[in-house]
Write a protein that binds this ligand. Structure first.
Ligand code: 5CA
Length: 445
């Protein structure tokens, strides 16, 4: 992309109502624009990152055997009357009436809709297990929308729903999501710790929140220090085998959100290993048995010929919230530092003297080569001065910057800078292109 043709409305200063750094940087980098309290337009740069985050979530769901579908944002109130949640959900639900005076709502979650789909099409235990997920916009009329995409009213969620014949199957389904979550957050450069959590309006008795530690997080959390550094299991696990040991390895160590905190159990941990911190909830998984399938009559016939309500769980990831969480975890005074896996562009090309034939030519060569190699370059071909170009590239967090100036070009070299480490070195253009397009390029976060 040539910056002269792009739409990147960067701001010098963040609006004063943006209190936390991720919100400030998303506004300054021209990623989002607030349209109403807690409702955002995703500008091109923000949308690019959102799509990358979404794709990682999708790949890890698919790997763990979940199947993607797409449910509507607008749901029938009658389905929620069946489950008994329509009145109980309260003011957070945005209620809508259509021209035929039918009660509709903008879905805050989709247990009812997915249970309705399941009961219409699945009858036998032979079709189980199943896990259906979608990545869809949700609406919750939060009392205090704040911190930008962290607590929005409209937000993008990945929500998966598992269906099993019995409690043992449901536990395995839960474990698959537990392990998939460890992997997907780690692919985005995040250390997310699973913690025992309250189930709130979703219900059930088994639940974990996945928490990214950050001082600006909304939740107070308590855990054993070792959990923070524990590496993710990686993709090569036996997804339909026994994942319990992997889960137990984590759940054996104390980790709980404030609502589930047990001070005595926490105090039993050696003092040096205790971590009392704040965190951002990026995912939340629930196992709730027959809470929805029983009232909504989602029955399956078991091997003994008897009909039983299906065992369910639901598994959420805050896809749009993740952008805020990644920025909270990875930024410096210059701006955002995107991990390569979610960066909006792979390489930024900075032309220090636009209009100088030699600089223009070197930039053009680099731009075409990087484009051809799929490195998605952003070429700053504007006639802005060099300092401002550096500041913009740092602000938007592109992982590599290729700096082309008249002095270097005359000597046959360009400069390459790593956004994360700040390291720079000069090398011939062909070598830099080879480095940025080689087999290992773009792999390291
Ligand atoms: N049905 C279940 C799981 S699919 C559910 O709705 N769970 S939830 O309420 O915990 O939401 C799932 C995830 O969505 C949360 O972990 C959080 O990361 C994200 N989320 C929830 N509310 C908001 C909000 N107001 N703004 C941004 N993200 C949110």
């Amino acid at each position: 992309m040539r910056l002269s043709r792009y739409f990147l409305p960067v701001l010098k200063e963040a609006p004063s109502d943006a209190q936390i750094v991720s919100h400030q940087l998303m506004l300054r980098a021209g990623m989002i624009r607030q349209e109403a309290a807690g409702i955002y337009a995703w500008l091109p740069l923000g949308l690019k990152v959102l799509k990358k985050v979404e794709q990682i979530v999708r790949e890890e769901m698919d790997r763990a055997g979940a199947i993607e579908l797409l449910m509507p944002t607008i749901q029938l109130a009658d389905l929620w009357r069946e489950s008994g949640r329509y009145e109980a959900y309260g003011d957070e639900m945005l209620r809508i009436t259509d021209r035929n005076k039918r009660d509709l709502l903008y879905g805050p979650t989709a247990e009812e809709v997915v249970t309705d789909i399941f009961r219409a099409h699945v009858r036998s235990y032979k079709e189980l297990p199943k896990n259906l997920y979608n990545i869809q916009w949700k609406f919750r009329d939060e009392t205090r929308p704040r911190f930008g995409v962290m607590r929005g009213r409209e937000f993008l969620m990945k929500d998966a729903y598992s269906f099993d014949l019995d409690a043992e199957g449901a536990r395995k389904a839960y474990n698959r999501m537990f392990v998939a979550y460890l992997n997907l957050f780690s692919r985005m450069g995040l250390k997310a710790v699973p913690m025992r959590a309250d189930t709130g309006p979703i219900g059930g008795d088994l639940s974990h929140e996945f928490i990214v530690l950050a001082d600006t997080g909304e939740s107070a959390v308590f855990c054993h220090k070792d959990l923070v550094e524990m590496a993710a299991p990686g993709p090569d696990v036996d997804w339909f085998g026994d994942l319990q040991p992997l889960v137990n390895q984590r759940t054996a160590l104390y980790a709980a959100t404030e609502e589930m905190h047990d001070a005595a159990a926490f105090d039993a941990i050696p003092e040096g290993d205790r971590l009392s911190a704040r965190g951002i909830e990026v995912g939340h998984i629930f196992s709730f048995g027959t809470k929805y399938s029983e009232p909504m009559k989602a029955l399956v016939t078991g091997p003994d010929g008897k009909d039983v309500p299906v065992q369910m769980g639901s598994y959420g990831v805050g896809v749009s919230r993740l952008l805020g969480a990644i920025i909270e975890a990875s930024h410096d005074e210059g701006g955002i530092i995107w991990p390569e896996s979610v960066a909006p562009f792979g390489v930024g090309i900075i032309n220090m003297r636009q209009g100088d034939a030699a600089c223009d030519e070197a930039c053009e060569t680099a731009y075409q080569a990087l484009k051809a190699a799929g490195r998605d370059p952003l070429y700053d071909d504007t006639d802005t001065r060099g300092g401002a170009k550096f500041a913009t590239m740092d602000l938007i967090g592109v992982p590599w910057q290729l700096i082309v100036g008249p002095k270097g070009v005359a000597e046959g070299v360009v400069e390459i800078k790593n956004r994360k480490t700040g390291e720079r070195h000069s090398a011939p253009l062909a070598d830099v292109i080879a480095q940025l397009t080689g087999p290992q390029s773009g792999k390291a976060a």
